[in-house]
Ligand binder design. Sequence first.
Ligand code: NAP
Length: 277
Amino acid sequence: MSSSTASDLPRALKIGIIGFGPFGQFLAETMLRQGHSITATSRSDYSRQCAHLGISFFRDMDGFLKSGNEVILLCTSILSLSEVIQSMKFECLKQPTLFVDVLSVKEYPKHVLMQALPPESDLLCTHPMFGPESGKNGWRGLRFMYEKIRIRDEVICSSFLYIFESEGCKMLEMTCEEHDELAARSQFLTHMVGRVLTEMQIEQTPIDTKGFQKLVEVKDSTAKDSFDLFSGLFVHNRFAKQQLKNFETAFDKVKQELQQKTNETEPQQMTRSLSKF
Ligand code: NAP
C-alpha cells in the first residue's frame, strides 16, 4: 500500500531565477502558468519586463538571496557561471535551498557548484534539451536530462521535476559525464555545423532540395543562440575538443578523396580531347 501523503505530492514552489536572458524568460513563462511564484535577478535590468509578467525583480543579488526562495534556478551563460557564483553571499539565504542549473554543459557546473554551495543546500543539475525556438509550441516529447547530485528534500526536488514531466517532457536521468559525452557528439556538432554554415552565408535558392532546406534550418536555429552559449559548449565540455578534431579530420579526408578523384579524372579527359586532333 502506498504511504504517500498530500504533502508528498508536487506543489507550487517559490523559484528564484538568476539570469533573466532568453532562456530564463522562456522557462519563467511556463512556471508562472503552472502557478509557481517567481522572483528574478540578472546582470541587466529586467524590472519592466518582470513587472509586466508579475515577477519580483531584484537589482541586487543580496536582496534576491534574502527573498526566501525554495529553489534557485541558475540560467546564466556557461561562461559567466563562475563570476556569478562568486558574487553570491550564501549567508544571505534564509533556508536550505535547492539549487538547479540548466547550463548546456554539465560536468562544469556540477564541479563549480559542489565547491561553492553551502553544505545544507541541495543540488540538481539539469539540461532541458530544447530552447525558445524548439519549445515554442509546447514541450511534449522534448528531452529533459537531469542528475540528482545532492538531494535531501525530495518533495521540493520532485515538485521541480514535475514542472517538466507535467508538460510531457521525456525525462532522462543520467550522469553529468554521460551527458557531456553525448552532447559533444550531438548538440555541439549541430552548433558547430550551424556556425560554419552561417560563416558561409548559405541562403535558400529557388531549387532547394529537402536536404538543403534542413541545412538552412540548422543554420537559422543555431544562429539564434548567443555566441557565448556556443563557445561555452566548447570551452567547458572536455569531450567537445575531440569532436572538433574529428570534424577537421573528416573534412580533410573528404576533401582529399575529392582531390584524388579529380586527379584521376583530369588526365583521362585530357587524353580524350587530345586524341581528337
Ligand atoms: P546565454 O547567452 O547562454 O546566457 C544569457 C544569460 O547570461 C543572461 O541572463 C545574461 O544576463 C547572463 N550573463 C551573460 N554574461 C554575464 C556576466 N558576465 N555576468 C552575469 N550574467 C551574465 O543565453 P540563454 O539562451 O539565455 O542561455 C542561458 C543558459 O541556459 C545557458 O547556460 C545555456 O547553456 C542554457 N540553456 C539554453 C538553452 C537555449 O536554447 N537557449 C537551452 C538549454 C539550456 P543579462 O541578460 O542580465 O545580461
